[in-house]
Design a binder for this molecule. Structure first.
Ligand code: GDP
Ligand code: MG
Length: 163
């Protein structure tokens, strides 16, 4: 069975943008016909000859009327159950928020591999924003701009290295 990679993070960090960007990567081979649920939150991706299932957890609808933070926690728990590797997405310009800390605690309690990735690093001058994310205690964060496709390939290289 192919490994599963889940993109986890609080709302608006860019999970869906990254998911769609990865699906558009030139070198990524994406099977759009299977592994897809009603909400199209799953995709089967091949990168450098390795296959994995990618999940955009924001597309998993749980109690749509529930509180956002409650929803985020539940999505993190589902992702922990399903995923071999969790891509913990963070928002560089916003910095670390209390919800990020909460998600980090949940992820740390799991035995899953965690890759912290700081999004919205659109320009070289934003790169210093990633330093504060070392404070999450999850290791060296990667940087990406899902919107511009900046360093998306580096993230995929690291993902398959860790699978
Ligand atoms: P999600 O709630 O985590 O799925 O976040 P979305 O993918 O819906 O993105 C939330 C907002 O952030 C949207 O307005 C995106 O255009 C914006 N966004 C996502 N990625 C980037 C990025 O790399 N740079 C910038 N500047 N904005 C981004
Ligand atoms: Mg989303």
């Amino acid at each position: 069975m192919a490994a599963t990679v889940a993109i986890v993070g609080r709302p608006n960090v860019g999970k869906s943008t990254l998911f769609n960007r990865i699906l558009q990567e030139r070198k990524a081979i994406v099977d759009k016909t299977d592994g897809v649920t009603r909400d199209r939150v799953y995709a089967n991706v091949e990168w450098s000859g390795k296959h994995f299932a990618l999940i955009d957890t924001g597309g998993i609808m749980i109690h749509p009327k529930g509180q956002i933070e409650d929803n985020v926690r539940k999505q993190a728990l589902i992702a922990i159950e399903e995923a071999d590797l969790i891509l913990f997405l963070l928002d560089g310009p916003t910095g670390i928020t209390h919800i990020d800390h909460e998600i980090a605690q949940i992820l740390k309690r799991s035995d899953k591999k965690i890759l912290p990735v700081v999004n919205k690093i659109d320009d070289v001058k934003h790169e210093s924003m990633i330093w504060e994310f070392h404070n999450l205690g999850l290791g060296e964060p990667l940087m990406v701009s899902a919107l511009l496709g900046r360093a998306t390939g580096d993230v995929l290289d690291e993902v398959i290295k860790r699978l």
